[in-house]
Design a protein around this ligand. Structure first.
Ligand code: ZN
Length: 282
């Protein structure tokens, strides 16, 4: 999928993340999930693990009683463990304003990162014993601490992949905020920690919400399909009525990926329509 400026972007389809190559990211189902999720927030985590693979295996193990929707490796590779419309077990005992138990209200992304390190320059060591070179270590102050400590750095490609995935997730589900695990479980959790640029991440994600994609209107009754072509099944049996408002989110050839707005202007459903029958609104 490309956006309006011809740049490849990630998308959500059937509650799975679709990468910039148009393929769903690898899916390795975790049994650690429960119930239907209608997410409002995105929660960022570090794995405090030694590799993305070991963290994925852990989060797929029933005895771990933990999971996340996505795990993002230090090379930027993404694996999905739980569909975005199912509750994953990443937040634990947690609270935000009047909400308790944020698993039921949020999508969770885990970033492969060793977390907080102990030791000294030249000997920064993770809890599992690995020693990290100084050029992988940030000396930074956690929001709840008085002074600095050592944390493994995230990689540029990892943050870029997280931003691209989060952009698709926030847009698709209309999420209203992005938080760290330590924001919702301050007495227990220190992730994603001060090495993660949460403030910039948030402003990149939520700043976009102030610049909505262009609004179009259906110039005829228009079938809405699950993919860019007439061979794809209809997302719903009845056509979009002439005059229905949609937001254009991407294009493939003449086919347009749109978010359909209901009578109140709220997002209703997403799918593909033929671009010849869209007219720019107002
Ligand atoms: Zn966490």
């Amino acid at each position: 999928m490309i956006d309006l400026w011809g740049k490849a972007i990630m998308k959500i389809k059937n509650h799975r993340l679709v990468g910039k190559d148009g393929q769903a990211v690898p899916y390795e189902r975790s049994p650690n999930q429960s119930g239907k999720l209608d997410p409002t927030y995105l929660i960022m985590h570090f794995t405090a693990g030694s590799s993305a693979r070991s963290s994925i295996e852990h989060l797929k193990n029933p005895s771990a009683k933990a999971s996340a929707h996505l795990v993002i490796g230090r090379d930027g590779s993404i694996v999905q463990l739980v569909p975005f419309d199912r509750v994953a077990w990443h937040a634990g005992r947690s609270r935000l304003h009047e909400l308790r138990g944020l698993n039921r209200h949020s999508i969770g992304i885990e970033l492969d990162n060793a977390g907080e390190l102990s030791g000294e320059p030249g000997r920064w060591t993770a809890w599992f014993g690995t020693v990290y070179p100084d050029d992988q270590v940030a000396i930074a102050t956690h929001q709840y601490d008085a002074g600095p400590s050592a944390w493994q750095e995230y990689t540029e490609v990892q943050i870029a992949a997280a931003l691209e995935a989060a952009t698709a997730i926030v847009a698709h589900y209309g999420l209203i905020d992005v938080l760290g695990h330590d924001d919702i479980a301050p007495d227990r959790k220190r992730d994603p920690g001060p090495a993660f640029p949460l403030a910039q991440f948030k402003s990149r994600l939520l700043g976009r919400a102030d610049e909505p994609e262009p609004l179009f209107v259906c110039a005829a009754n228009l079938n809405i399909r699950s993919g860019p072509g007439v061979d794809f099944e209809k997302v719903r049996p009845e056509a979009l009525a002439k005059g229905t408002k949609v937001r254009l989110e991407g294009r493939e050839g003449v086919w347009c990926y749109v978010e359909v707005l209901d009578a109140t202007g709220a997002p209703d459903l997403t799918g593909w329509v033929h671009g010849n029958y869209l007219a720019r609104s107002g």
